[in-house]
Write a protein that binds this ligand. Structure first.
Ligand code: BGC
Length: 445
């Protein structure tokens, strides 16, 4: 029977063993263990948590906050949480990143919380606009900041996984066309080399976060900066990203061949809407375009694949969603954590180590997050048993943060941030639940 995430009252947040009640066939006190040295982490991106950033996104926010607030009803009006979120999502301030979670200054406090949750890895991104605010001129003070940041992680035994680029770009690069610039690969490589040379303590590097999501939203759908609506531009950007990844990989390896370099790739499961011939063909084309093409073209420059998993989708022959999801998160995303299994298994073809570099759910009431984590991890464990080399899981996100064009109203955190009360942090029940799994390196069934 389909589980109804929204109405499953047996899953009270404080009842961490509630899974036991789920079915009489559940095996009492059974647990599944993860491989030795498994990385248990969480992830963030600089612009979403740091605060005080000045880049193409912060500029775009100022020009679009009113519009986003005015359009909130179209976006969320159909959802059962509409009345709850209305005050937030109709307020233009929701869409201005501002000081965000002030992670830039409060990182030690956040790292201490990660330790309390027994996490041994942290994926975060470095803010390009801080490091290179003017073309070719690096800001040594900001480099020092990230050095301190990484040392603070090392002191706590938390392995840094650094994303070189998680979406915003400096204004000088925006003015040169961003990812459409013919020189983007050279700029990206120069910036990446600087980071790798300056931060020798970092072993794991991720070049680009979700190339497809960013290029679709920013160059095809026109929803994110620079807000183009053009398939040819989107296509050019994706190809520039492929080239940039491959060249940057080589450049990093030249500095230190022992570093481990990968990508964070959003893949999703596709189910043909109606099992007709044309729908199956459409499914295969979308699957190739979205899930495989980038990996096919970068596979010789990947030491690992990072999977960002959020949903599966039913598509009809034109690639449109046909149905509203049965159960959905506060983002309106379908809730299908078990769907990660087939998406993971598809990666077997590449024969690389895998990290789940993101998976998480927007759940302001913390009602479904524990179930979600449970199902993601159980399905991941099944993939491991079926021969896939999954080396770690990073929950998105450690703290509530600025969810791009959705703003602060979307709550993804294992830790709640009280924006009305000095950005106070409070670990959610689901956070303790995840922390317990990390501590035991196993999941109670
Ligand atoms: C992105 C994150 C984002 C998350 C939730 C991922 O696509 O990498 O930056 O916050 O999804 O929407």
């Amino acid at each position: 029977m389909e589980k109804n995430y929204k109405t499953d009252q047996t899953m009270s947040p404080s009842n961490s063993d509630s899974k036991k009640n789920k079915s009489s066939n559940d095996i009492e006190n059974k647990k599944i263990s993860f491989p030795k040295n498994f990385y248990w982490g969480s992830a963030t991106a600089s612009h979403q948590v740091e605060g005080g950033n000045f880049n193409d996104w912060s500029e775009w926010e100022k020009n679009n906050a009113d519009r986003l607030a005015n359009q909130a009803k179209d976006r969320y009006g159909w959802m059962d949480i509409w009345e709850d979120i209305k005050p937030e999502v109709t307020d233009p301030n929701n869409y201005i990143s501002g000081i965000a979670c002030d992670h830039y200054n409060r990182y030690e406090e956040d790292f201490d919380l990660m330790r309390q949750l027994n996490l041994n890895a942290y994926r975060f991104s470095i803010e390009w606009s801080r490091i290179e605010p003017e073309e070719g001129k690096f800001n040594e003070k900001e480099i020092e900041h990230y050095k301190r940041f990484i040392t603070a992680l090392e002191k706590r035994g938390i392995e840094p996984f650094v994303t070189i680029w998680h979406w915003p770009i400096p204004l000088w690069l925006r003015d040169k066309g961003g990812w459409l610039s013919p020189d983007i690969t050279r700029y990206f490589e120069r910036y990446s080399k600087k980071l790798v040379e300056e931060l020798p303590g970092v072993k794991y590097w991720i070049t680009i976060n979700e190339p497809h999501i960013n290029s679709v939203q920013a160059y095809f759908r026109g929803e994110w900066p620079p807000a183009y609506k053009s398939f040819p531009k989107y296509h050019r950007v994706i190809n520039n990203m492929i080239k940039t990844h491959n060249n940057t990989y080589k450049a990093i390896k030249k500095i230190n061949p022992n570093l481990t370099v990968g990508i964070a790739k959003n893949n999703f499961g596709l189910i043909p809407y109606k099992n007709t011939f044309y729908n199956k063909i459409a499914k295969n084309i979308i699957d190739w375009w979205w899930n495989r093409r980038f990996l096919n073209k970068t596979q010789h420059s990947l030491d690992f694949i990072g999977l960002n998993y959020y949903f599966n989708e039913e598509k009809d022959v034109f690639g449109r969603d046909k149905k509203l999801p049965k159960e959905f998160s506060d983002m309106g995303f379908e809730i299908n954590p078990k769907g990660i299994y087939s998406v993971l298994m598809q990666l077997k073809d590449y024969n690389k180590p895998i990290f789940i570099t993101e998976s998480g759910v927007a759940d302001r009431e913390d009602k479904i997050r524990k179930d979600y984590i449970y199902d993601i991890l159980k399905s991941t464990h099944k993939a491991i048993q079926d021969g896939l080399g999954v080396r770690g899981h990073f929950y998105w996100s450690i703290i509530d943060n600025f969810e791009w064009d959705r703003g602060f109203a979307m709550k993804f955190g294992l830790i709640e941030v009280d924006y009305k009360n000095n950005l106070k942090r409070k670990v959610r029940d689901s956070g303790w639940y995840y922390g317990n799994i990390a501590k035991n390196n196993s999941l109670n069934l």
